[in-house]
Design a protein around this ligand. Structure first.
Ligand code: FAD
Length: 680
């Protein structure tokens, strides 16, 4: 069964191999007959019980029976415009429309786990900006939280999360994540994620040793090793050595790629959300417009429910642990579509990114030295060799929350005029270091650093956006039809700062929570969506025709070479402006902020934003750099506005002019949501 017609023949789309074989030879005519992805897969050999995703499996909702209209079944060779109409440059890309029941923007932990679960309810298009595994998830090292040790408790995890969040968290969101998380993390293991197992001493059966996840012993999953990180009062971090995210991404991706209802569209940059009117329901999100980063082709994805899982905005800063895809696109798209953002002032700076000797990654990504290194006993030393955390947080030392440690390092660096402090793990011994941190040790070794022999040079780097698109307990945003999960969202879990290893978990839990409401919304919307979708299709295709005509005219007037040069000059300008923006953000909205700097920064960033908006508006076919700049500038402006509005210091926002937290503590602020940042 299906809700809406899934289209065929998308360029750069990759599907499960079995499904491709089965659909070979089918074409638009089969869609007219209503044989979409789910209908086709009903007898698919991989859809037996064993093939079902184990991450989240809510009971299937009522299947939808929407007559498929030929007019909606576009995509592939017959849609849009001819490849090379007379008069247009042969390289000029055409545009197309794809229809799907569920659109997922992003393929990290949030997007993939949602896609796997919602695929039980209809066809799913996963649209992702680069290669499917490129995102923060893949780089996560330390682990994912789950209360699995009987000596630990959900209440303790809740408390630690609230303390790290400076009591600005949404208690319901925290309770949901901490209590629902363990089952979902074990679900990841069942799905195939190979987490590090607890050592099982002889004679102890499957219960595991200290730190082992005994709760898992009742299931077929072997006891998992649990590590500890800053801010946690217990060992509760499930990990795959020091490359947890890569393992989770691998396992999810393998399942999603094999799922017959899921289609992948890689190297597609979501540019803007598509809005339309549903009968009786008012304005709703009905998909997204995208740019193929490889060919320049524009595709409008029309969908009944859209999940925003585009991750964070680390590229807003010149020093970040985030990969190049983290440009705040989802946040900016949502804000432009009218879904408010909140909590943007709470930017988490990770205390320990590697500094010396590192060749700068092309996307400016700094290599992270995981929190788990301090969790296992790593010590921070200043230039004088002093273990300085004793002066900042004597009780928690190196395991104080990240904002505390990052500011302490910042102060030590400033006092010494140094660009780093030292992280010393020599006392752990080479065997323990290499067993627990093989990826980090290997990366350091590749740079000529032996972490078992000498302390590592480290400094803070932007790491995580605690704020984002305001989302409710089911991942719903203010815009009907739009859900948000993972780092793009502000679920209320993190409050003013994120507890280590809570973000992978947040993505997993809210993706699962969004399945039932988004499927129910799709079921309701399907009944009356056809006219709106047909209109949106026509609107997009005729805009594409106009753009091509304008391009052809420009090429005829200026010559194709001049037109192409103008386009690449626009992209180069966008890249240069991005560098200015990042420098401004580091200076004005960094680890330690000053009101005067923020005011000055806001003025400049607002001007950059206007410039970036104008740049996109002036171009019929803006490229990826221009689209990303527009988004980064919008989020940057949002960060500064929210930071200026907060007349206190709290969590990830520290302003020297207002150094105290207002009414900090459980009594004063518990229960409040993060006050909304001004929509970007
Ligand atoms: C180095 C590092 C280490 C970390 N370690 C940990 C850890 O140990 N534990 C923990 O809990 N958290 C950790 N985090 C944070 C955590 O990895 C992220 O917050 C989490 O993975 C976010 O998942 P996500 O699915 O929301 O987004 P991501 O995994 O970032 O995925 C976002 C996806 O959206 C796509 N995308 C972006 N823009 C667009 C667009 N315009 N159109 C289409 N697609 C788009 C991207 O290509 C990507 O596929 C770490 C982060 C980093 C950078």
């Amino acid at each position: 069964m299906m809700m809406l017609c899934a289209s065929l023949g998308a360029s750069h789309a990759t599907r499960a191999p079995q499904r491709s074989r089965r659909t070979r030879g089918s074409g638009p005519s089969s869609l007219v007959m209503g044989r979409g992805a789910i209908a086709r897969s009903a007898d698919h050999p991989t859809r037996g019980p064993d093939a079902r995703p184990a991450v989240v499996a809510p009971p299937p909702l009522r299947r939808l029976r929407v007559p498929c209209r030929a007019g909606l079944s576009v995509g592939g060779p017959t849609d849009g415009l001819p490849v090379s109409p007379a008069g247009s440059p042969p390289s000029s890309p055409r545009c197309s429309v794809e229809t799907t029941d569920f659109l997922v923007l992003g393929s990290g932990i949030a997007g993939l786990s949602y896609a796997l679960a919602v695929a039980e309810h209809g066809s799913v298009a996963v649209v992702t900006k680069a290669a499917a595994d490129d995102g923060c998830t893949r780089y996560a090292q330390g682990g994912i939280c789950a209360v699995l040790d009987p000596r630990d408790s959900v209440a303790a995890h809740v408390h630690d999360t609230m303390v790290a969040g400076a009591w600005l968290n949404c208690p319901e969101a925290v309770a949901a994540v901490c209590s629902e998380g363990p089952a979902l993390v074990l679900g990841l293991a069942r799905l195939g994620a190979e987490f590090t197992r607890a050592a099982v001493p002889a004679g102890r059966g499957r219960d595991g040793g200290p730190g082992g996840a005994r709760a898992a012993s009742a299931s077929p999953i072997p006891p998992l090793h649990l590590t500890r990180e800053g801010g946690h009062s217990a060992r509760r971090v499930v990990h795959a050595a020091d490359a947890t995210g890569a393992e989770i991404e691998r396992a999810l991706l393998a399942r999603a790629r094999a799922h017959p209802a899921i289609t992948f569209h890689e190297h597609r940059v979501g540019a803007d959300l598509v809005l339309g009117e549903l009968p009786g329901g008012g304005r709703a999100c009905l998909g997204a417009d995208t740019l193929d980063a490889l060919t320049g082709r524009r595709t409008r994805f029309l969908a009944l429910s859209t999940m925003l899982a585009t991750g964070g905005a680390g590229q807003l800063y010149p020093v970040t642990t985030n990969p190049g895809v983290a440009t705040g696109d989802g946040m900016a798209m949502a804000a432009r579509a009218g879904a408010p953002l909140e909590g943007l002032e709470f930017v988490q700076f990770h205390p320990t990114a590697l500094v010396a000797g590192e060749p700068a990654a092309a996307d400016g990504r700094a290599f992270l030295i995981s929190e788990a290194v301090r969790g296992e006993g790593g010590r921070l030393l200043n230039a004088a060799g002093e273990r300085f955390m004793a002066r900042y947080d004597a009780a928690r030392m190196e395991l104080a929350p990240r904002d505390v440690v990052a500011r302490a390092i910042h102060a030590e660096m400033a006092a010494a005029g140094a660009d780093h402090v030292l992280l010393d793990v020599r006392h752990l011994g080479r065997p323990a270091i290499e067993a627990h941190f093989p990826t980090i040790a290997a990366r350091c070794a590749a740079m000529g650093l032996d972490m078992a022999a000498a302390p590592l040079p480290v400094a803070p780097a932007q790491h995580y956006m605690c704020g984002g698109v305001r989302a409710g307990l089911g991942g719903e945003t203010a815009l009907p039809g739009l859900w948000a999960a993972g780092e793009v969202a502000s679920s209320g879990l993190h409050g003013a700062n994120r507890l280590a290893s809570n973000s992978l978990l947040e993505g997993l839990v809210f993706a699962a929570r969004a399945v039932a409401p988004s499927a129910a919304h799709a079921a309701r919307a399907a009944a009356g969506a056809a006219p709106a979708l047909a209109e949106l299709r026509e609107e997009f295709l005729s805009a594409g025709r106009r753009a091509r005509a304008a391009e052809a005219e420009r090429a005829a007037r200026d010559g194709p070479a001049v037109a192409a040069e103008a386009d690449s000059a626009a992209e180069r300008d966008a890249a240069a402006t991005r560098r200015r923006l990042r420098a401004l953000m580091w200076r004005c909205a960094g680890i330690v902020r000053r009101e005067a700097d923020m005011r000055e920064g806001l003025e400049e960033v607002a001007a950059l934003r206007a410039e970036a908006d104008a740049g996109v508006a002036a171009t019929a076919r803006p490229g990826r750099a221009a689209l990303e700049l527009r988004n980064l500038a919008a989020v940057g402006e949002g960060v500064l506005r929210a930071a200026l509005a907060r007349r206190e210091s709290r969590g990830g926002h520290y302003c020297v002019d207002f150094p105290e937290a207002e009414g900090a503590g459980p009594g004063a602020a518990a229960g409040e949501r993060v006050p909304r940042g001004r929509p970007a």
